[in-house]
Design a protein around this ligand. Structure first.
Ligand SMILES: *[C@@H]1O[C@H](CO)[C@@H](O)[C@H](O)[C@H]1NC(C)=O
Length: 211
């Protein structure tokens, strides 16, 4: 928007050229600095591979990532579909945490409580998937353990095994033994829930291996 200078001939005024140059320089600078500063998502807290919890406690699975721009966190199933809230059973918090509140036995839902999830951090600068997170909830229930009589030749060892019902065996650690005289025996990481009782009241005992 300028008038031809008096005297006719068309000339581009110098200040217009300068402005165009300035705009070009600014545009270049912006592009370069945006590239410099942008960073694809990186996990700050990647969730673990296994989450086992009971209906009485619930669980919080943390996932945090950083990057520039700050990535969004969403949770997906193994087929890649996004996970949403299920009232009272599952919540995806704005901070990226996946929350399983305590629930009543009758509210157990396999597609929520026995599911493979993964955390996805994404931004315009890229996206990154966490490892698979195998979530497994159990409903607390009553169980009893048993020990069967064992017979051994005098002087030899007898091995007693703590029989844990199979429906809870995955979640039970044997942490100790008590004998009929009230003696108690704890932990020996190798014995897998067995107790070795030699003649008399001497006994050794054990921990089941952890899950
Ligand atoms: C978990 O399940 C057990 C067994 O049904 C029940 O007694 C308990 O109240 C439940 N916990 C919660 C928080 O509902």
């Amino acid at each position: 928007m300028w008038r031809d200078p008096p005297g006719g001939g068309y000339k581009t005024p110098i200040h217009v050229v300068a402005m165009l140059l300035l705009v070009a320089v600014l545009a270049l600078t912006t592009v370069v600095s945006a590239e410099d500063a942008s960073m694809g998502p990186v996990f700050v807290k990647e969730p673990p591979n296994r989450i086992d919890f009971s209906n009485g406690t619930g669980a919080v699975v943390e996932c945090q990532a950083r990057g520039n721009p700050q990535p969004d966190i969403i949770w997906v199933r193994s087929d890649g579909t996004a996970v949403g809230d299920v009232p009272g059973l599952r919540q995806v918090l704005p901070n990226g945490n996946l929350v399983f509140p305590p629930f009543r036995a009758e509210d157990y839902r396999q597609e929520v409580h026995a599911q493979v999830y993964s955390c996805l951090a994404r931004s315009p600068a890229g996206s990154v998937h966490s490892r698979d997170v195998n979530v497994r909830a159990v409903v607390a229930q009553y169980f009893e353990v048993q020990v069967y009589d064992q017979f051994a030749i005098r002087g030899n060892a007898a091995i007693f095994k703590c029989q844990v019902p199979s429906f809870v065996a995955d979640h039970v650690d044997v942490v100790g033994w008590i004998d009929s005289n009230g003696g108690s025996y704890v932990a020996d990481a190798q014995s897998y829930g067995s107790i070795i009782k030699t003649e008399g009241m001497h006994a050794r005992c054990a921990l089941c291996p952890a899950l």
